[in-house]
Design a protein around this ligand. Structure first.
Ligand code: FAD
Length: 546
């Protein structure tokens, strides 16, 4: 029986309480997942707890880029550019279906932050610092060439352009595959399990008290070393540890909007100047384009960042200024998300000027906290933290994640992705509605596509029509292998449908609920509760409060 399913949770939670761990990680975002994988691969006995779903914090609310950070070059963060640039290539090898190179177009405009010469120079330095492969090197473009790439640009301001390579990802899926890999390597990772307090002995942290949110049960977990990787909540836990002194977090909010591709028919991703000195992305994904982001100070409830009307207006205004024929309004927005950057406070700096570097704090109680950083740097952040644990506990060797293939990445080499898609098409063709669907499965689940379509085949053989069997296969896969507990887990973190296919959800909702009911044996009351909770989130993404 597979162990990464909610069906095995109670047994696993009791096992966790009976055991004692070398390392206990708090937080199931990309930082925590990365630490759990690195530590498990080095042979430590590891447990991880997450208070919501995996990746439900910032790690499902980013711009979804694994990037070398061109803009950090402007801030002269040379080491950061070098490290994140090098990491892109490594992460592409670790999970080629989830970290993919793609062209990014950079228009150079009158009054913008970069001129043609300085852009060329910056990209040249960036390519060298980030170790960019020659076939992915940048190219400078004339005004006419830039317009050929993207005819929707505002022509009166456009001077020239450049094209360079960025890497795309799906943040939540990447986090999940890292988490699943950690479990495969022996870690025990539990979602919906909240740390309410620390357990101490002679002033040293020896464990945590946790609450199982799904069953409302409390228990104590013991560990030699506790790591606080709680993203925006890092300081909340440092406060419980009485160690919130010195450096603190500075949270900034970033919002993204999703519009139909037909309303902004971009030919490729674009990174452009907003006239207040910031920069913004517009990124096509399937039939949609997502736009963002904002960067504003945030002091409200950490659990519930939302998109306000002024956030949405700021993004739409910036898009309409750059692509005047789009004339986008709030009515065009199909979905949105808002996330919090857990940055380190620096006196007098604006949100965009705050460094994206990570920092580790070790308190007198021995609690190790890590904050700051980016998706892109998660592997190196994990390496630094686990090295530190090695110094503290003694031994357990060097980091082994550099050449590790994450779950779903069983391609012999990254060039095999489309070949694998063709193989799946040949094997399961009668179940595959369109070639686009196989591309979606391949990019979302990688080589696990085969397991999904095998479930689908089984449902089809049992009489399910071939329009619904693939979706039922996806649901079954996520329930059995990805610790999926709620409808939101499926529609947000496992598939991204709430963001990128929101209008298609309602016609499918009862079918999806029925698949969950069959798996969990939900009664009518639970079904109605689950549906109501999901629908609240479904409405929230389009509720732009003042
Ligand atoms: P989180 O993902 O927030 O994870 C922390 C987890 O801890 C949460 O899931 C939370 O529920 C859990 N937790 C908190 N308290 C407890 C508790 N008491 N018990 C148990 N669990 C607890 N980076 C990039 O590289 N590329 C980008 O394109 C990019 N774009 C971004 C755009 C925006 C708008 C934002 C906000 C960030 C962006 N980032 C990007 C940065 C990146 O998303 C974050 O650095 C990263 O996701 C942080 O991950 P984390 O695991 O540290 O935090």
């Amino acid at each position: 029986m597979n162990t990464f399913s909610v069906k095995n949770r109670s047994t696993q939670l009791s096992q966790m309480a009976q055991n004692s761990y070398d390392i206990l990680v708090i937080g199931g975002g990309i930082t925590g997942a990365g630490i759990a994988l690195d530590a498990a691969l080095r042979g430590w006995k590891v447990a991880l707890v997450e208070k919501g779903d995996f990746a439900s914090g910032t790690s499902s609310r980013s711009t979804k880029l694994i990037h070398g950070g061109l803009r950090y070059l402007k801030q002269l963060e040379i080491k950061l550019v070098h490290e994140t640039g090098t990491e892109r290539a490594i992460l592409h090898q670790n999970a080629p279906h989830l970290v993919r190179p793609e062209d990014m177009l950079l228009p150079i405009i009158e009054g913008g932050s970069l001129g043609s010469w300085s852009t060329g120079f910056a990209l040249w330095v960036y390519d060298r610092l980030a170790g960019v492969k020659s076939e992915e090197g940048f190219e400078m473009l004339s005004k006419e060439q830039t317009l050929e790439y993207e005819p929707l640009f505002r022509q009166d301001l456009l001077k020239s352009g450049a094209i360079y390579t960025e890497y795309r990802t799906d943040d939540a899926r990447l986090t999940l595959e890292i988490m699943k890999s950690a479990v495969k390597e022996g870690a025990i990772c539990m979602n919906y399990t909240q740390v309410s307090d620390f357990v101490t002995e002679n002033g040293k942290v020896t464990g945590v008290k946790v609450k199982d949110i799904l069953q409302n049960k409390e228990q104590t977990l013991l560990a030699k070393c506790v790591i606080n990787a709680a993203g925006p909540w890092v300081d909340t836990l440092r406060e419980k540890d009485n160690s919130l002194t010195g450096k603190r977090l500075h949270l900034t909010k970033g919002v993204h909007l999703v519009v139909p591709h037909a309303r902004l028919p971009l030919r490729q991703s674009v990174y452009f100047d907003v006239l207040d000195g910031r920069m913004m992305f517009a990124i096509p994904r399937d039939e949609k384009v997502y736009l963002g982001t904002t960067d504003t100070h945030y002091q409200a409830e950490i659990d519930k960042p939302t998109t306000t009307k002024s956030d949405a207006d700021y993004i739409l205004k910036a898009i309409n200024a750059m692509f005047p024929t789009a004339n986008l309004s709030l009515a065009d927005v199909e979905s949105s998300w808002a996330g919090l950057r857990p940055l380190i406070h620096e006196e007098g700096k604006s949100p965009s000027e705050l460094s994206r570097k990570d920092e580790i704090f070790v308190s007198d109680s021995g609690l190790i906290s890590i904050a700051g950083g980016k998706l892109t740097g998660y592997r190196k952040m994990a390496e630094r933290v686990v090295d530190l644990v090695g110094e503290k506990l003694g031994g357990k060797g060097i980091c082994k994640t550099e050449h590790y293939k994450l779950c779903g990445s069983n391609y012999e080499n990254p060039d095999q992705i489309s070949q694998f898609g063709m193989k799946m098409y040949q094997k399961f063709g009668k179940l595959i509605p369109t070639m686009k669907y196989i591309v979606y499965l391949n990019r979302t689940y990688g080589t696990q596509t085969e397991a999904i379509l095998t479930y689908a085949l089984q449902f089809h053989a049992e009489g399910m029509n071939n329009e619904l069997a693939p979706l039922a296969g996806e649901i079954q896969f996520c329930l059995e292998n990805e610790m999926t507990a709620t409808l939101s887990d499926f529609f947000i973190r496992r598939t991204g449908m709430l963001y990128f296919q929101r209008p298609e959800i309602l016609p499918l909702l009862d079918f999806v609920i029925e698949r969950f009911r069959l798996f969990f044996e939900w009664n009518e009351e639970i079904m109605q509760q689950q549906k109501a909770t999901f629908l609240q989130g479904y409405e929230q993404v389009l509720k732009f409060e003042e």
